[in-house]
Design a protein around this ligand. Structure first.
Ligand SMILES: [Zn+2]
Length: 293
C-alpha cells in the first residue's frame, strides 16, 4: 500500500515512523532520503579543472547527492515494534520503530477492532440491516430485533490480521448506540409535514363549512308560496326577499345553488384531505441517517 508521505530524511540509522491502522494491518512503504558523496561531476573527482581548483566542489573532488530509497514495512505490525530493514543504496540496516497513529473510526484491541455505530432506535427495537465501515470496505450488519443500546455485534473476520497468520483476522466489534431520536433532516421533515397537515385540515374544514352552509341555506330557504300577487319570496334566516317568479323556478334555483355549494365544499374538502395526507406522509417518512460518531 503506497501512501503520499513526505520522504523520511535519514539522519540516523534508527528512527521512528507513524503508521495508520490500515498501514499497521496491511503493511506499507516509505521513502527515505539520504545524502551520498559522489565524484564531482565537474572535475570527475580530481578537485581541479582548467582554471586550477574546481569551483564546483571547492577542490574536494566529491559532492553530495540527495538519493531516495524505498523501505517496505510488512504488516501486520505492533505498535512499538522495531523493524530491521535494508534500504537499497544504504549500507547496513535501519532500525525502524513503528508507531500506530490514532484512528478516527476504529480502536485497536489486540486482533479485534472496536467501533461504535449510531443506529435509529426503530432498528434497535425491530431489527434490520445497517451499513458499517470496516478496515477494508463497507459491510452490512444485521441488527437483531430487541438489540438494546450498547449491544455489541461482532463482524467476524473484519478485525486486525494475526501476527502468526495474516490470513486470519480478528473481529470487528460494533457497539450499537441509539441515534438521537430524530436527525435534523427528520425534524425538518416533521415540521414541514406538521405544517402541511395543519393547512390541509384547515382547508378540509373550510370545505365542510361550505357544504354545511349550502345545505343550511337550502333548508332555511322557504320556498315561495303562491300568494295573491304570485310573488315568490325567499326567506333566509327570517329575512324575506323577492326572488323568483314561480315556486318551481325558485325551488330549482335553490337546489342548483345548494348542489353547487355542496360540490365546491366537497372539492375544497378533497384538496384539504390530499394536503393532509401528504403532510402525514411527510411526517412519517423513513429517514434513516447513519452517522458515526
Ligand atoms: Zn570538482
Amino acid at each position: 500500500m503506497r501512501t503520499a508521505m513526505a520522504d523520511i530524511p535519514l539522519t540516523s540509522r534508527a528512527f521512528e515512523t507513524g503508521l495508520t491502522l490500515e498501514e499497521m494491518a496491511f503493511g506499507c512503504e516509505r521513502t527515505v532520503s539520504y545524502e551520498a558523496p559522489i565524484d564531482c561531476v565537474n572535475c570527475e573527482g580530481t578537485g581541479r579543472d582548467d582554471g586550477g581548483t574546481c569551483a564546483f566542489c571547492d577542490g574536494a573532488g566529491t559532492i553530495v547527492e540527495l538519493r531516495r530509497s524505498t523501505i517496505t514495512l510488512p504488516g501486520p505490525l505492533d505498535d512499538g515494534e522495531v523493524l530491521e530493514l535494508q534500504a537499497k543504496g544504504v549500507p547496513g540496516t535501519l532500525a525502524v520503530t513503528v508507531r500506530e497513529l490514532p484512528h478516527a473510526v476504529f480502536e485497536h484491541d489486540g486482533e479485534n477492532l472496536r467501533t461504535s455505530l449510531d443506529v435509529p432506535a426503530k432498528i434497535l427495537a425491530s431489527g434490520g440491516l445497517v451499513n458499517v465501515e470496516t478496515l477494508d470496505d463497507d459491510r452490512e450488519l444485521e441488527v437483531l430485533p430487541g438489540s438494546g443500546e450498547g449491544s455489541i455485534v461482532p463482524l467476524r473476520g473484519h478485525g486486525f490480521p494475526s501476527k502468526e497468520d495474516p490470513e486470519r483476522r480478528g473481529d470487528l466489534l460494533v457497539k450499537l448506540r441509539a441515534s438521537p431520536e430524530t436527525t435534523l433532516v427528520e425534524r425538518e421533515a416533521r415540521r414541514w409535514g406538521a405544517g402541511l397537515t395543519a393547512v390541509g385540515t384547515a382547508v378540509a374544514l373550510v370545505g365542510i363549512g361550505i357544504m354545511v352552509a349550502a345545505l343550511v341555506i337550502r333548508s332555511n330557504a322557504t320556498v315561495c308560496e303562491s300568494t295573491e300577487t304570485t310573488v315568490c319570496m325567499v326567506v333566509i334566516d327570517g329575512e324575506r326577499s323577492e326572488a323568483a317568479d314561480s315556486a318551481e323556478t325558485q325551488r330549482s334555483e335553490q337546489n342548483g345553488a345548494a348542489a353547487l355549494g355542496v360540490a365546491i365544499g366537497m372539492a375544497v374538502m378533497g384538496v384539504g384531505g390530499w394536503i393532509t395526507t401528504r403532510g402525514i406522509r411527510e411526517m412519517g417518512r423513513d429517514r434513516i441517517e447513519q452517522r458515526r460518531a
